[in-house]
Every structure is written in C-alpha cells, then in structure tokens.
Design a protein around this ligand. Structure first.
Ligand SMILES: [Zn+2]
Length: 430
C-alpha cells in the first residue's frame, strides 16, 4: 500500500535560521519534505488542480501551462530523481457548492498531460448531503431542507440531486478515459450509499478503468468506508482494478485496507495538524500527540491590531521566552515553572479567542516535562531542537508538520512491511 501526501505549496525556506528568524528568497530558495528526509516520508504526491485557483497561479507561456516558470510538475516538485509519482485530481471539494464541476474534461486532460502528471483523476462531483450556497441560488438545486447559515443558505440535497452528481461523475469518467493521453487515467467513483458507490465502481471498470479513486469519503464514518470496501471485495470488484482512497487516513482502517490490497491513499491531516489543531501539533516518537508552545511574533501587524495596548517591554518578554526555551532544551535551565508563567503572560497579551489559559498551562507543562522532541532523531528535530515545538511562523510550523508525516510514515511502513509494494513499477502510461 502506498501513501500519497497532498501538496498545497507546503515547502520551507532552505536557509531559515530559527535564532534570527530570517530567511531569503521565495520558491528559488524552497526545500520540500522529500529533500529533507532520505528516503522521503511518502510514496507519491497528490496535487489538486483546485490549488491553482487558490495558491498557485497557472500561467500560460506560448499556450503551455507553467508553475512558477516550470513546465513540468515533476520538475517543479523536484521528484524525478527520487522516483516519486505525482497524481493529479480536480479538487472537487473546491466546487462542491456549485451545480456542476467548474472544470471541463478537456481542460483536465490537457493540464494533466501538458504538466506531465503520472496519474490523472477524472472530473467528478462530490455527492455531498449538505452544501452552502449564496442566497437565491438554492433554486438551482433540488433539496429536502434549507436553513440560513453565515449569510448564506445551507441546503440538504435531495436524492435526485445526489444521483445527478453521481451521473455527471460517470459521464465525465467515460469521456475522460477516451481522451486521456500521456498519463495514466484514474476513474473517480462517487456515491451517496454503499450501493451507489459500488454501482459507480462497476460502471468505471466496465468502461475500461484499471485504477479507481474513491472520492467524497472524507466526511463518512469509518464503518461506512469499511462496509464499502468489504462490499467491493464481495462483488469481486477489488480484484479488477487498483484502488485509491481520496483523503482517507484512519489509523483503525489501515489493517483492513492492507489486507484488501488497497493500492494507495492520501491525507494531509498529520501535516496540517501541526498548525491547525489547538492541542495536537506534534506527534511524539511515543505515538502521543503534544501541543506546541505559542510564542507569536510581537511585530506581526495582524496580531498587534487585535491585541490590547502592549507593554513597552513586549519585545524583551518575547526574547526572554525564546532564550529561556533554548536554555531549557540545552539543560541549562532546570526549573521551567517561571518560564511557563512568562509564556502564559505573554500569550495573554494577544487576547486570542482560542486561548484557554488553564488548558494551555497543562499542555505546555506536559510537553516541557517530556522533552519529547529530544527523543526524535529525524533531521527536522535534530536541526531545530526545541524550535520544532514552538508555534511561530510557517518555517517552524511546516517543518513540524513534516516531522509528523515522517512519524506517521514510519508506523505505516512497519504495518505495511509484508506487502513490499514500494518497489513495484509504475503502471505503463497510455
Ligand atoms: Zn522529528
């Protein structure tokens, strides 16, 4: 089984210095997780075309799409020499609130092919039970119920509407397979019940697909996914194609996925937890999640605007905390009690909504007491030391995310060690 890491412009600066908090340049000074860890802590990269809408502009030079001036996605990601395959998907979640996909089959085929993707997933539409639309737009849909939500309207789609989306995905799948050239086509199966998913998979196999991506499973319960996989096995469908699970990483599901010979899955959850979750930012070598210590940059204008009047010595407070943490890391500061109170007092100044003093005091105490970052021998933890558990700026936070992916991947490889499919050859291009 293979693990793909979704890519969302998650690179760090090569020359980042945590002590001076400086770095230079942009993409030309980029460092990817697969350049820090040898071997890379994943078997492939999933890149969503939806990302071009939000983060990366796809510029056309003489009619050819380019990413930051590079014409080939594998060259852009610098993965060719590592043998890491790149899979593309249409980013169906970015247009889930629309009547139909915003991307045509022709556009998707052209983009995958010109940018040199190894695999391209067909243009699908998620059968999401609930969507959020602008007021007045709900008339375009057939729905069971609606309610106002954050200035928009939340509607619960009828089964007819869900079926309409599933049929769009299948029709697109058929056209996509006929047109795909220069990459290996992957058929996206959508559904809104085990039966409809199974039917979609059967249809895609009949069309001629030998690789199928199960989409729209992210909000589904683990029991649902398990039942779906077992049904596909029972119907003999698992043997007829390779299967990829889009965005699904459930630790408890991995043994079943391995036993059923699921080919691959992807998830960014371990990466993003590093900066999205309040309490679970750093995955320890002991398998437990730890918080990271918030030491915001007091010069950050966005933070300054939200804060009440800051004391004149705020910069001094910040400097003392960072120095204190590093002294503790080196073993020069035995008792962290005073330092912990300074950290809490400093964070209190910024009045952040999510800041719950008592809770953080406990989480920080647990982290400091454990010194868990010192037990990890990965290149990120060795290079950053205590800075890996300091929540401050993208260069630290993303590196912490890379560490989390590495810890996950180690666990995954030991679970996976019997299957030995890491060395399996890529399927032939069409
Ligand atoms: Zn580490």
């Amino acid at each position: 089984m293979k693990f793909f890491l979704p890519y969302w412009e998650d690179w760090v600066h090569r020359d980042f210095d945590p002590i001076t908090d400086t770095y230079s340049g942009g993409y030309e000074n980029s460092l990817f997780a697969h350049e820090i860890f040898k071997p890379p802590p994943y078997d492939g990269i999933l890149l969503s075309l939806g990302m071009f809408e939000f983060k990366l502009k796809l510029l056309k030079v003489n009619g050819r799409p380019t990413i930051r001036g590079v014409e080939n996605v594998k060259e852009y990601l610098r993965v060719d020499s590592l043998g890491l395959p790149v899979m593309g998907d249409c980013g169906a979640f970015t247009y889930v609130n629309e009547k139909e996909p915003l991307l045509s089959v022709d556009e998707a085929v052209k983009t995958y092919s010109l940018l040199g993707f190894d695999y391209g997933i067909s243009v699908d539409h998620i059968c999401s039970d609930v969507i959020l639309v602008e007021k007045g737009k709900e008339g375009e849909f057939s729905y069971k119920s609606k309610k106002r939500s954050r200035g928009k309207v939340k509607i619960e789609l009828s089964e007819d509407e869900l079926e309409f989306r599933r049929q769009i995905s299948l029709e697109n799948g058929e056209e996509f397979l006929k047109k795909a050239k220069g990459f290996h086509p992957v058929g996206a199966a959508q559904g809104y019940s085990v039966e409809t998913y199974t039917d979609s998979v059967g249809n895609l196999i009949d069309m001629g697909y030998d690789f199928i991506a199960l989409g729209g499973l992210v909000p589904r319960r683990t029991e649902f996914i398990a039942e779906l996989l077992l049904t596909l096995k029972k119907k003999g469908l698992l043997k007829k194609a390779r299967f990829h699970l889009l965005g699904v990483l459930r630790r408890e599901l991995l043994p079943l996925m391995r036993d059923l010979s699921i080919y691959s899955f992807d998830s960014a959850s371990y990466l993003r937890k590093a900066w999205l979750k309040a309490a679970k930012n750093y995955l320890g070598v002991d398998g437990n999640w730890y918080s990271s210590i918030r030491v915001p940059d007091c010069k950050n204008p966005r933070l300054r605007n939200k804060a009440r009047e800051l004391p004149l010595n705020v910069e001094e407070m910040e400097r003392r905390i960072l120095k204190g943490l590093r002294a503790y890391d080196r073993g020069e500061l035995k008792d962290y009690g005073e330092l912990l109170e300074e950290i809490i007092a400093y964070d209190r100044l910024f009045l952040r909504n999510e800041f719950k003093e008592e809770r953080y005091r406990e989480l920080y105490r647990e982290l400091l007491e454990s010194k868990i970052w010192k037990k990890c021998s990965c290149p990120v933890c060795r290079e950053l030391g205590v800075d890996v558990v300091i929540f401050r700026g993208a260069d630290r936070n993303r590196r912490r995310g890379f560490h989390n992916v590495y810890i996950f991947y180690k666990e995954f490889c030991s679970l996976n060690s019997n299957s030995g499919n890491r060395l399996e050859k890529l399927p032939e291009k069409k």
